[in-house]
Design a protein around this ligand. Structure first.
Ligand code: HEC
Length: 147
């Protein structure tokens, strides 16, 4: 919106010609333009920077990013980055693993092996690391979100 206003002031499409005929003293002068630009350009920049920052935050808080962090924290030590306890090292590429019908069930996420083992408390093997209700829900939401 600010950019549209900015353009209207710069190319002088506003105020309208008919208006200026009646109110010639309301014409936008060079000085007006300069003052206006000094005000609006930093403001536009500030808003754009804010939006960029906000976008990064949105990505960091996406279900996918949160699930990746969860897997990293609770599973990768044994199932990724060259670790393959139980012959299973697939969690480095979480999406690929969830898409593998052996580990994920996109139609019924709660039937995914990744989920059932976590839900039952078999995974992670250390009961102190057991996934919380919130973490389990996150895993479900992630699987559910894949099409
Ligand atoms: C401390 C090591 C350790 C951690 C941490 C761990 N696992 Fe495991 N995982 C194992 C072991 C050992 C096996 C093999 C168990 C067996 O065969 O009885 C296994 C087996 C599995 C299997 C079965 C693979 C198959 O082919 O049947 C899945 C799926 C799995 N883990 C998922 C997870 C998930 C998801 C997490 C994190 C929430 C996790 N594991 C955390 C050690 C670990």
């Amino acid at each position: 919106m600010l950019k549209a206003i900015r353009n209207a002031v710069i190319d002088k499409t506003m105020p309208l010609k008919s208006y200026k005929l009646f109110y010639p003293f309301k014409r936008i002068t060079k000085q007006d333009q300069e003052d206006f630009l000094n005000w609006v350009d930093p403001l536009i920049e500030e808003i754009e920077n804010f939006e960029k920052k906000y976008e990064i935050l949105l990505v960091a808080n996406s279900i996918e990013a949160k699930t990746q962090r969860l897997i990293q924290k609770k599973c990768l030590r044994c199932h990724g980055n060259g670790n393959n306890r139980g012959g299973f090292g697939g969690l480095e590429d979480l999406e690929k693993t969830v898409r593998n019908p052996k580990f994920g069930n996109l139609e019924a996420p709660e039937k995914s092996l990744l989920y059932t083992l976590s839900f039952s408390g078999e995974m992670p093997t250390d009961p102190r690391e057991r996934l919380s209700g919130e973490e389990l829900q996150l895993m479900l939401d992630y699987i559910d979100g894949l099409e």
